[in-house]
Design a protein around this ligand. Structure first.
Ligand code: UDP
Length: 343
């Protein structure tokens, strides 16, 4: 996989986000030139601190929902003068989007636009200017909605409320997948889709409202953990380094055009079990006072677990980080000052 990236130019949308910034760092470590694009609505410049020191990295603050030429052409023209190698893009990783339920529900229009128009605009631009460029779209386990099939395999079509609070995200990701399918079938472009299950690790925003940033920060501050509903719903958590390895395997492999692949860690926990584990690691003990129960958000999926047989067969993918190891690294991150910087 590393050999693929050496000397390639990779454009990463959502580069200042949680997963995007880890992709930036790993692609740079593999010897790629990277152009990172982000409008910083949920992304944070601080996530790019290391990348911005690297001569193989360029950052463009722009909204990728807009027509691609409107922000990219000038930027590439300027780069062409001094850095011509940057301007032939080999691979696009489209990761721009709010991803936590509170964040995407606060920015529903931006969310559905970036996953639909953003995907369409990027692919249309590439089709016209550089049809051999490979494109990888960040889809999500949310396309399975509140799944009636367990665990979720790629051939399951899902159970999504088209007009619920989560639909600005999950229906837009579904439309994003549809657009990818059209450019694969009708325009013979090399498009790949990764369906990402719950992922955690350093560089998540402490205020993003997802379960692990909430629980870890609540436990660090000796506040009770906010369990929604009875806490019997399940999630399967993948540590970010494992996810990034899987994504780059999917992006770099030969003969994977048109493939849609789940990535995640199939080890499944109830929300209550998650709360207990976080409390045990941080505070050593769990008491009734450590937890408060709140309302279950609408359309909250009752269970979620990836079937990763396809990723294993196609990519040789297997998660390597245990939940406890990943939690310890994430807790260490949330103790740093950097984790408090929101820009
Ligand atoms: N959750 C919770 N307390 C919190 C945040 C989330 O109990 O403070 C629950 C939420 O209801 C859901 C699960 O944890 O069942 C995962 O939520 P998250 O927002 O992380 O992502 P989702 O998997 O729902 O997209």
């Amino acid at each position: 996989m590393q050999a693929y990236f050496a000397n390639k130019t990779v454009l990463i949308t959502g580069a200042a986000g949680f997963i995007g910034s880890h992709l930036v760092d790993q692609a740079l470590a593999f010897g790629a030139r990277v152009i990172g694009v982000d409008n910083l609505i949920t992304g944070r410049r601080v996530n790019l601190t290391a990348a911005l020191q690297n001569p193989n990295f360029r950052f463009l603050e722009a909204n990728v929902s807009l027509p691609t030429a409107s922000y990219l052409d000038n930027f590439l023209d300027e780069l062409k003068l001094g850095e011509p190698a940057f301007t032939k893009i080999d691979l696009v990783l489209h990761f721009a989007s709010p991803a936590s339920p509170p964040a995407y529900q606060n920015s529903p229009v931006e969310t559905y636009l970036v996953n639909s128009s953003g995907t369409h605009n990027l692919l249309t631009y590439l089709q016209e200017k550089s049809p051999e460029t490979r494109f990888l779209f960040a889809s999500t386990s949310e396309i399975y909605g509140d799944p009636l099939v367990h665990p979720q395999k790629e051939d399951y079509f899902g159970n999504v409320n088209p007009n619920g609070e989560r639909s600005c995200y999950d229906e837009a990701k579904r439309l994003g997948e549809t657009i990818c399918g059209v450019f694969t079938r009708n325009y013979q472009m090399d498009v790949r889709i990764v369906r990402i299950f719950n992922t955690y690790g350093p560089r998540m925003r402490y205020d993003d409202g997802r379960i692990l940033p909430n629980f870890i920060n609540q436990a660090l501050q000796q506040q009770p953990l906010t369990v929604y509903g009875q806490g019997q719903q399940t999630r399967s958590y993948c540590y970010v380094d494992d996810l990034v390895r899987g994504i780059l395997l999917l992006a770099s492999g030969d003969g994977l055009e048109g493939q849609t692949v789940n990535l995640g860690n199939p080890e499944e926990f109830t929300v209550l079990e998650t709360a207990v584990l976080v409390q045990k690691i941080i505070n050593g003990q769990v008491t009734k006072e450590n937890v408060v129960f709140g309302d279950l958000p609408s359309d909250d999926p009752s269970r979620r677990k990836p079937d990763i047989t396809k990723a294993s067969e196609l990519l040789g993918f297997a998660p390597e980080t245990t939940f406890r190891q990943g939690l310890e690294r994430t807790i260490a991150y949330f103790k740093t000052e950097e984790s408090r910087i929101l820009e």
